[in-house]
Design a protein around this ligand. Structure first.
Ligand code: AMP
Length: 299
């Protein structure tokens, strides 16, 4: 591991397989310039850290198609509408670095907040209705913060391709919209959800689940599986009602929304929607979890 920033600059660096850690834009860009100049491709995996196998699956996907993989770890304050949530967001940087080294990731970009934001910086992107549905309703301002930081990361890293998880399905749609609106020259790839063997979607927030919560949390993936199995049997509104009931009946689980949505607009789906996705958000104990499943994909 080699740390490059204003304080540490190891002149003796020469091992190409080492994970290079940058904390400043300038040093990162100097490094990436060499990659771009030699016509090698850059894949970007933006994260909030507390890495798990879900994040690593994005890195593995990026490695298949790119020469240099940049993973960013930045707990972006502007996307947290609840200061307590920001404060207690898990931070496990030493473990993260080990995982990135094992995964053969080339670069970690780990800036401090001041490196990314000037004082009193403003941002507003007109994302349209998508911003206010589902997650947007429960986390007002969240997607302004997400687009703000992802726009900055795209500008700093200038990746050929950026990798995001289906786990945050709405986030992917919104980033795609931003890329189209602002004509950002980057290809976006959505990677499948990695799950624990019992079905729970991997999430940095799972660390906060008590052992009781952990059992109750399974109702989310169980319900999504049930909806998948019954999709061709029941109609959409029956499925939604039944799914809401299944989750609401689980002790310790507070349902925020369950929606069977058009995969492009996130409005309620109809039988003719080209893409259909079932999405759920719920508080399990004190921990907010999200999950989803694709029911129809590009018919
Ligand atoms: P986060 O650190 O939670 O912001 O996640 C960083 C990226 O990893 C996002 O694009 C997420 O959608 C993706 N991700 C998170 N959890 C999973 C998972 N279980 N499977 C696949 N991708 C995931």
């Amino acid at each position: 591991m080699v740390i490059f920033n204003e304080l540490y600059n190891f002149a003796g660096f020469n091992n190409f397989n080492d994970l290079k850690i940058f904390t400043t834009k300038n040093n990162l860009q100097q490094h990436l310039l060499q990659i771009q100049d030699s016509h090698r491709t850059i894949g970007l995996v933006p994260t909030l850290g507390a890495l798990h196998q879900g994040h690593l699956s994005l890195i593995a996907q990026a490695q298949q198609y790119n020469d240099e993989i940049v993973c960013s770890i930045f707990v972006n304050p502007t996307q947290f509408n609840d200061p307590k949530d920001l404060e207690k967001y898990p931070r496990t940087i030493e473990h993260d670095i080990k995982l990135l080294e094992q995964a053969g990731c080339n670069v970690l970009f780990k800036p401090e907040v001041e490196e990314i934001y000037d004082d009193n910086e403003q941002w507003h992107l007109n994302i349209g209705e998508l911003e206010h549905l589902l997650e947007g309703k429960f986390r007002p301002g969240h997607y302004q913060g997400v687009t703000q930081v992802v726009y900055k990361l795209f500008n700093i890293v200038k990746p050929d391709t950026a990798y995001f998880g289906q786990k945050d399905y709405q986030q992917f749609l919104i980033i795609k919209k931003m890329v189209d609106l602002l004509k950002i020259p980057v290809q976006l790839v959505m990677c499948p959800i990695k799950r624990e063997p019992d079905g729970l979607a991997m999430s940095s927030r799972n660390i906060h689940l008590t052992s009781e919560d952990r059992k109750h949390a399974l109702i989310l993936s169980k319900t999504l599986n049930w909806v998948t199995s019954n999709f061709n049997i029941n109609n959409i509104s029956q499925l939604k009602k039944e799914a809401e009931l299944m989750i609401s009946n689980e002790p310790g689980v507070g349902l925020e929304y369950f929606e069977i949505a058009d995969g492009d607009t996130l409005h309620a789906a109809n039988q003719n929607s080209k893409n259909i996705v079932a999405l759920v958000a719920a508080k399990v104990g004190k921990t907010r979890l999200i999950d989803n499943v694709l029911l129809v994909h590009g018919r």
